[in-house]
Ligand binder design. Structure first.
Ligand code: SAH
Length: 249
């Protein structure tokens, strides 16, 4: 992908951005720029807010502890956020951080924790998930941060799917599916709005699999002849979706 300013740190700011504008940074962002990245007054960074595109900005030390940014030229116009929905059964802490970061890198636009029978974790720190999504977005140069929705039970998700998601198709990584290529199943839903559902480390229960497969909007796929860990399955499934019917084409 052609890139500009790739050596500069990128920072998400929840503030209006425009050329010639100025932004004061909060404590965490100041600490990150001065102490983690060791930047100083006059150094350049790239900032984005998910709405106005990306801008070059120069650091201005306002006082010993506060830093501001003066905004220069816009380096990228805002792009539409991804519409790819990713639902997953939350995993324990380090792996949970990992799947949210990887889903962001792989281009998910909506991230939805789904509680299933064998889910290991039922109380989720959404702020932590959001921080992971933000950091990953800063690194991988997407201009929108994925939305993270409150957790929902699998049965409720399926019962309300069509009301909430309309005709979005739900690709279901089914470890019990006969090993076969997912290419044809995905090619058949090209052009549709897409969701992807990955199960917990313990897998889906038999009745959950049955319920999923009974829904007209569910498209079961196999990810090959090996059982993948949930975090691996997520990255693998997002890669085949992006390459066959998504934004890698
Ligand atoms: N412990 C379970 C495996 C769970 S793997 C068992 O032994 O059956 C975690 C999740 O990754 C699964 O629920 C599924 O969504 C996905 N997954 C892993 N391997 C897969 C495969 N070969 N095909 C489709 N989905 C797979």
């Amino acid at each position: 992908m052609p890139r500009t300013h790739k050596t500069l740190p990128r920072l998400f700011l929840d503030a209006p951005l425009m050329q010639g504008g100025a932004v004061a940074l909060d404590k965490d962002q100041t600490n990150y720029l001065l102490n983690v990245l060791r930047r100083r007054s006059g150094d350049a960074v790239v900032v984005f807010n998910g709405r106005d595109g990306a801008f070059l900005a120069a650091i201005e030390q306002l006082s010993k502890k506060t830093v501001g940014l003066s905004l220069g030229e816009r380096t990228a116009a805002q792009t539409a956020p991804s519409d790819l929905w990713y639902g997953f059964a939350p995993l324990k802490s380090a792996r949970l951080d990992y799947v949210v970061q990887k889903a962001t890198e792989m281009g998910a636009g909506i991230i939805q924790p789904v509680i299933t029978r064998h889910t290991q974790l039922t109380r989720i720190n959404l702020d932590r998930l959001r921080a992971n999504a933000r950091e990953a977005a800063e690194q991988c140069e997407v201009l929108s941060i994925p939305r993270i929705d409150d957790e929902i039970g699998l049965r409720e998700l399926l019962a309300t799917w069509q009301d909430i998601h309309g005709d979005r198709q739900l690709v279901f990584a089914d470890e019990g599916e006969e090993a076969a290529s997912p290419v044809a199943a995905l090619a058949a839903i090209e052009g549709r709005r897409i969701g992807l559902l990955i199960g917990p480390e313990g897998g889906f229960s038999d009745d959950e699999r049955e319920l999923l497969r009974a829904q007209a909007f569910v498209v079961p796929i196999s990810l090959g002849p090996r059982i993948l860990r949930a975090d691996t399955a997520a990255v693998a499934a997002l890669a085949v979706i992006q390459s066959i019917i998504g934004d890698w084409r």
